[in-house]
Ligand binder design. Structure first.
Ligand code: LMR
Length: 333
């Protein structure tokens, strides 16, 4: 073999070895703090994905809207600027998949067990599959928890909400929910909520306590009412082209990492919210109120009406199929 042929061969081998040694990078962007159910689950996924692929995949997690805010992150995923996200289920409407807003219907799930019948069953899978048409692969559902209302005045009965400017996520169901209480809903990116509350641009908001606490919203909200009136969780999604283009063995390992991370996320979610509530109480800046049975019922009666009103948004057949899975019967209120 001539010397230059040998050299060319060596160079080619070196280049291809170099290419093999370069890890596949997954940029995973999200908007919440690290110390939340989603933030911790994203870190867990990084750890497991890197271990199971033996370093062939590197996961870069960008927390707290450091890379993209709510609306931008969806666009970034579609153009391939990031490979993974876990937006809340209330944020898929602007993408054109309105049915995800069924998860926002007030009181549709009593507890995590009810919710898992949907997210871990055929209805949950059917909804994730709808994302394919948008170039997105839905991988899994991760829990956060049940939302509570906060403001600078006590929120005990539906009447207390009248005229309040309430921040919501970009969901028409949440818009209808706030209007059913006589409040004025305002869509706003999560990263902007603290300042909007602080400056009075909005009067109040709703979130699971882990989000309220880690964004320091309790410092600018004098009252928190433990209403647990609706669910907030996530769909972990990836760019379909990226995912389908992965070597099959690596994709399989990432699927295992995702399964483990889902178990982890759903295991820690309730505990993280319980701990956050204790921290809010300890901080002493917010009066925490637990509605009594009559107040709970009044709130439920005012809000369950929203289910039927949202027929044109999420479709009553989907709502009915969830009732069937969970056993919820609105006529029994
Ligand atoms: C919000 O925008 O209120 C939350 O959904 C943020 C999140 O991702 O938990």
């Amino acid at each position: 073999m001539k010397l230059h042929t040998l050299m060319a061969g060596l160079v080619a081998a070196f280049v291809s070895f170099g290419a093999l040694a370069d890890p596949i990078v997954i940029k995973f962007s999200h908007v919440v703090a690290v110390d939340t159910p989603k933030g911790n689950a994203a870190e867990y996924f990084k750890k497991r994905a890197e271990a199971l692929t033996r370093g062939k995949v590197k996961v870069e997690v960008y927390a707290n809207s450091t890379l993209y805010k709510d609306k931008e992150e969806m666009e970034a995923l579609q153009i391939g600027a990031v490979q993974m996200l876990a937006p809340s289920l209330a944020k898929f409407g602007p993408l054109g998949i309105k049915e995800f807003e069924v998860f926002d219907l007030p009181y549709i799930f009593d507890d995590y067990a009810d919710l898992h019948k949907v997210t871990q069953g055929p209805t949950g899978r059917m909804l994730l599959d709808k994302l394919e048409a948008k170039g997105i692969r839905g991988l899994s559902y991760w829990d956060n928890g049940f939302k509570s209302f906060s403001a600078n005045k006590p929120l005990r009965t539906p009447e207390d909400f009248r005229g309040l400017k309430m921040r919501i996520q970009s969901s028409k169901v949440l818009d209808a929910q706030m209007r059913a209480l006589g409040a004025l809903p305002q869509v706003m990116a999560f990263s902007e909520v603290y300042q909007a509350l602080q400056t009075g641009v909005v009067d109040g908001t709703e979130n699971p306590i882990s989000n309220l606490y880690t964004q320091k919203m309790h410092e600018v909200q004098k009252h928190l009412s433990l209403t647990n009136h609706g669910y907030l969780g996530y769909a972990v999604i990836t760019n379909k082209k990226f995912w389908d283009g992965l070597p099959a063995d690596i994709r399989g390992q990432l699927e295992v990492a995702m399964k483990e991370s889902t178990n982890y996320a759903n295991f820690i979610a309730k505990q993280e919210n319980d701990e956050a509530l204790e921290k809010v109480k300890k901080a002493g800046k917010t009066t925490v109120y637990t509605p009594n049975a009559a107040e709970k019922l009044a709130m439920k009666k005012a809000l369950v009406k929203v289910h039927e009103k949202m027929d044109d948004r999420v479709g009553m057949p989907l709502v009915q199929s969830i009732y069937k899975e969970t056993g919820f019967d609105p006529s029994k209120l």
